[in-house]
Design a protein. Structure first.
Lengths: 186, 199
């Protein structure tokens, strides 16, 4: 009788163990699928905040692990992409100590893909604009990224924690700063 | 070119700037190799090593009954105790710093506060250990313990206090410079970003 009870408990334990590992695998697959859907967003964050290919690889790894660590606490009260942006930007900005010179975080040969409709002169201008963006500080870079990704000011507020009124003012300042920087690069 | 004109090109970007390691499953299987995981492992190791060290000290000094050894033993045990507290504190701090679900401003503010607190305790502990060492030296004199420090104890009290003060000042500046180079500059940078977000 004791032995029967023991076997039953043991089986229960094994079943519980299997269930836990099954849940873990399912969660991992769900997470992987969700990240895959938004991977371009992560690549852009890495490109914006890391200087070399090695730095980008490290930052990507760090962001993915941070996302995995934070995933159980994602309650779905925000959009997945909003949450992803929050965690990715938080990781990139707070990890900036590892890069000594952030003002030259741009490599001309590694610029994001250019639209085929652009004329050669326009691609030069585009390069200058990218160079100017790379000279912005961490917060300004984040705002530019969100702006370029067509996020509304309300979404930007939810990600950055800056009021939409202040964001509008900041975006105007950034645009002006970029104008000046591209002029100086001429 | 204006920022708005970059939008179309930016939306198409992504595939050519991807990192080399893209397999998420692979990254998750090697999550113990990340920088934070490495740091956590280091703290965990230290948390185990310190009590072991304290145990060795107790074993080594168990037959030594003289005052100097007793004093030294308690000094080293106090040192181990504070170091252990420091590592436990840092381990927990690291866990708190990994909370990044909030918005950027809120997270940055919290990180700055946590880093400042961590730095404060680091400095308090290291400086207190030096001050405690000076107190130990003086106690040896007060209790007339022969610890081979007669030359030192023959010097006038005023001179000893001046030398203790000078060394403490030197240590103060050294720790200040070292922490600035290692942590403070980073904290200041983060604070600058927070300030900018508040403007």
């Amino acid at each position: 009788m004791f032995s029967d009870g023991f076997v039953t408990n043991d089986r229960k334990l094994r079943l519980t163990g299997k269930t836990i590992s099954l849940v873990k695998e399912t969660t991992e697959l769900q997470f992987e699928k969700a990240i895959k859907t938004h991977e371009r967003l992560l690549f852009k964050v890495c490109w914006m905040y890391a200087r070399t290919q090695t730095d980008r690889d490290d930052l990507y790894q760090e962001i993915v692990l941070q996302l995995w660590h934070s995933y159980p606490r994602f309650r779905g009260d925000a959009q997945f992409s909003t949450w992803l942006y929050r965690v990715a930007l938080n990781t990139a900005i707070s990890g900036k100590r590892r890069q000594k010179d952030l003002t030259v975080s741009y490599e001309p040969d590694k610029l994001p893909v250019l639209s085929e409709t652009l004329l050669p002169d326009e691609s030069d201008e585009l390069n200058r604009l990218y160079a100017a963006i790379s000279r912005l500080n961490e917060i300004e870079k984040a705002l530019v990224m969100l702006y370029l990704d067509d996020h509304s000011y309300d979404e930007m507020e939810s990600i950055m924690g800056i009021s939409s009124g202040a964001l509008r003012v900041k975006m105007n300042r950034i645009k002006e700063k970029l104008r000046q920087l591209t002029k100086n690069n001429d | 070119m204006e920022l708005d004109e970059l939008r179309n090109s930016w939306k198409g970007a992504g595939t050519d700037i991807q990192p080399r390691q893209r397999s998420i499953g692979e990254l998750l299987r090697h999550q113990d190799q990340g920088p934070l995981a490495r740091l956590k492992r280091r703290f965990r190791k230290s948390m185990i090593v310190i009590p072991a060290l304290a145990l060795i000290l107790l074993t080594e000094f168990r037959h030594q009954q003289s005052f100097i050894y007793t004093l030294l033993k308690y000094y080293l045990l106090a040192f181990c105790f504070f170091m252990e507290l420091y590592f436990i504190y840092n381990y927990r701090l690291l866990g708190q710093m990994q909370e990044m679900n909030g918005n950027v401003k809120e997270t940055l503010k919290r990180q700055v506060a946590l880093l400042r607190k961590g730095l404060f305790w680091r400095l308090v502990i290291s400086r207190s250990m030096v001050a405690l060492f000076f107190i130990l030296l003086e106690m040896l004199f007060v209790f007339h313990v022969d610890a081979g420090l007669q030359d030192w104890h023959q010097k006038p009290l005023f001179l000893r206090i001046v030398l203790y003060g000078a060394f403490f000042l030197f240590f103060w500046v050294l720790t200040r410079v070292a922490t600035y180079r290692r942590y403070k500059r980073h904290i200041n940078d983060l604070e600058e970003l927070v300030k900018e977000m508040d403007e």
